[in-house]
Design a protein around this ligand. Structure first.
Ligand code: MRU
Length: 351
């Protein structure tokens, strides 16, 4: 499964997105024709997951470049790129993709700009696919033995990337190696990415998955042998503090208490060396209505005040390794992440 697909050529093609809000009950594909529509789709969670929203934004930028035609330039593109960049605040892959396109615009002639954006949007997808496979295998090497039970949260699979996923990619690698007994998937309140998306895509691929609500994790770790926790990330600060879906931090604290290794799995494009530590990561706050209602059905008394931070930050001290496509980075993260990012940049610009 893929979160989005380009159908047709650069001149007449259309961007299609799988509406992740409707899954798993309906597989609805939505056509998008403008950068503005893409930005709205990102904000509204039609597409979500850090690498996928960066990739989607690249296609949005191409749509604007195509619309501008011979008038396309860095200056003419600026409003649409700013709108895409602001679609969600936490996942730095979005800013990474827009930075690349901005730099590409600055060095392209107007007549060739749209074609170059088209190639770049395709290349961003291809880079992510390659990174996913490398992360999957590197993450699987972090655990020993077989018959493994591992725990994850949110959706970090094919729907969140352009390939087989980050943390879910590790789960797929373990399964492919015949070492996975069960992937425990947290439901992930309030958007239910675990229940709706991870359970759906792993089951489709025949990977053994078992769902639990977020509040059951402590009891799970106390009563069963969990080999490791693998989670994705939306932004990793220079010191290794990692922002991911709300609820991740409590998994790390519980894992620490129970002696379960906790691993973050993300491409180097999720590492933000400009952000020194987790307190400096912007945390998206979404509407409290998404907490007081589940899929549009009100569950709390009308007018109940609620809080909805969409992400939390796990301190580096609780993270056993940060697995990127360059391998497993270990503490002290300042040095190991800087080296991984440098190697990643070399690979990305060498294409
Ligand atoms: O709000 P979402 O669904 O976009 O949040 C997604 C996550 O938190 C993922 O864990 C993260 O983006 C990594 S996806 C490979």
């Amino acid at each position: 499964v893929t979160p989005l697909a380009w159908q047709g050529g650069p001149a007449d093609g259309r961007l299609w997105m799988l509406d992740q809000r409707a899954l798993p009950l309906a597989e609805r594909w939505i056509p998008l024709d403008t950068a503005d529509e893409v930005a709205t789709a990102i904000t509204d969670m039609v597409v979500r997951g850090a690498p996928a929203i960066g990739w989607a934004a690249a296609w949005g930028a191409f749509l604007e470049a195509r619309r501008l035609g011979d008038q396309a330039s860095a200056a003419a593109l600026a409003p649409a790129l700013a709108r895409l960049r602001a679609a969600r605040p936490t996942a730095v892959n979005l800013m990474w993709a827009i930075d690349r396109l901005q730099a590409l615009a600055a060095r392209s002639a107007p007549s060739e700009l749209a074609d170059r954006f088209f190639e770049e949007a395709r290349a961003i997808g291809a880079m992510d696919r390659a990174a996913n496979r490398a992360m999957g295998d590197a993450g699987a090497a972090e655990v020993e033995g077989d018959g493994l039970h591992v725990l994850t949260i949110c959706n970090t699979g094919s729907l969140a990337t352009s390939g087989w996923g980050t943390a879910a990619g590790v789960i797929r690698s373990l399964h492919a190696q015949g070492r996975l007994a069960c992937a425990w998937a947290c439901e992930t309140r309030p958007w239910l990415q675990g229940a709706r998306l991870t359970a759906w895509e792993l089951q489709r691929d025949g990977v053994p998955v078992r769902l639990l609500t977020d509040g059951m994790v402590g009891h799970l770790m106390k009563t069963r042998r969990i080999a490791a926790v693998f989670v994705g990330a939306d932004r990793i600060a220079r010191n290794g503090d990692s922002a991911n879906k709300i609820g991740t931090y409590q998994l790390a604290v519980l894992a620490h208490h129970h002696g379960v290794p906790f691993h973050v799995v993300a491409p180097t494009t999720t590492v933000d060396l400009a952000t020194p530590h987790g307190d400096a990561i912007p945390i998206e706050e979404r509407s409290p209505d998404e907490v007081t209602a589940v899929q549009g059905v009100q569950i709390a008394p009308e007018g109940t005040p609620a809080w909805h931070p969409a992400f939390d930050v796990t301190p580096a001290a609780l993270i056993r390794s940060i697995v990127t496509e360059q391998g497993a980075a270990r503490p002290a993260y300042e040095a190991s992440l800087a080296a991984a990012v440098q190697a990643g940049v070399a690979t990305h610009s060498a294409r």
